[in-house]
Design a protein around this ligand. Structure first.
Ligand code: SF4
Length: 316
């Protein structure tokens, strides 16, 4: 099917079946343009919870995002266009690894990034995002009367927090990382600074510490977006995150210039959602084939996994 006709069909089906499409900032731009809501993982799950109109939500993102939406929205049907869209960072941690660390540090709370599976969340004490990690960790330490925190699975986000607190942060596991951000380097910074003199450098805290140290601003995708609005720069912005955010910025705020810190920072898993599988998911919605696309965290697991998510909201 031609791209244009596929887009028209998706728009028509979306209206007809009253389906909402939620897309992450790292989604291909053509998917973002079809979405009812665009955001980061937690932002999308929270909107899904507040949203009253649609019973069906298609989550255009990776698997753990659809799971988080299901945990927070047990009364809604959450659909994923491609079950193979996993997240290598989320795969770094599981209940077996958690158990090993819990045996070694029985009195220390475990805080996990929202970029984790429902199973990992269900075995953790508190969740956090890249934007609230420091606040959550400090408030948990105060409340649990401890100076040692287990934190996983991203070692770079752990370093970001470690640099801003006197608490003892134990990374669980030691070397977890997002390959898309972890491969950004000082060489990228040097090259892009030379290519775009005067541009502001924005990087994600999932980037290596030496890259973070060279940035004008370190923040989550939503925080970077806000930064470009609040701090306009006629020389533009060098953006150290997945390419989808740069496409989003060029679409939404075209009056400024955005340059990727590395043009190969592309998350293959995020790009596993495309117009074809989005159309097929919409087409199946409300029919017996819907189950092929449905992601449902069992009530039992959701009841466990929601606890660290709710604690995060309380601590942030
Ligand atoms: S960009 Fe990194 S953290 Fe995000 S989905 Fe891809 S691998 Fe996972």
């Amino acid at each position: 099917m031609e791209t244009e006709s596929l887009i028209d069909k998706i728009k028509a089906l979306k209206r007809q079946k009253q389906v909402s499409i939620f897309a992450h900032y790292y989604q291909p731009i053509e998917i973002q343009k079809l979405a009812n809501y665009i955001g980061d993982s937690l932002g999308l799950a929270k909107i899904a919870r507040e949203q009253k109109d649609s019973k069906y939500i298609i989550l255009a993102g990776v698997h753990f995002m659809a799971e988080t939406a299901s945990i927070l929205n047990q009364n809604k049907v959450i659909l994923s266009p491609n079950f193979e869209a996993g997240c290598p960072l989320a795969s770094f941690i599981d209940p077996k690894i958690i158990n090993e660390f819990k045996m070694k540090y029985p009195n220390s709370p475990l805080i996990v990034y929202v970029n984790t599976t429902a199973e990992t969340k269900a075995n953790s004490d508190v969740c956090c995002t890249s934007s609230n990690s420091l606040k959550v960790i400090e408030n948990v330490a105060k409340d649990w009367k401890t100076d040692t925190i287990l934190f996983g699975p991203d070692k770079n986000l752990a370093n970001f927090v470690r640099n801003r607190t006197s608490l003892n942060i134990i990374t669980v596991p030691e070397k977890g990382n997002c390959p898309i951000h972890n491969f950004l380097s000082i060489k990228d910074i040097e090259r892009e600074k030379k290519n775009h003199p005067g541009a502001s450098i924005l990087v994600h805290p999932e980037s290596p510490l030496e890259v973070q140290n060279e940035a004008d601003f370190i923040g989550s995708t939503s925080q970077m977006l806000q930064y470009t609005k609040d701090n306009p720069n006629p020389n533009g912005f060098i953006v150290g995150t997945e390419i989808g955010l740069i496409e989003h910025l060029r679409w939404k705020n075209p009056e400024q210039s955005y340059y990727p810190l590395n043009k190969y920072a592309i998350c293959k898993n995020m790009k596993k959602i495309n117009l074809k599988n989005l159309f097929e998911t919409l087409d199946a919605c409300g029919t017996p084939s819907q189950s092929k696309y449905e992601i449902r965290v069992s009530e039992e697991s959701a009841n466990l996994a929601i606890v660290p998510l709710e604690r995060m909201l309380q601590y942030s």
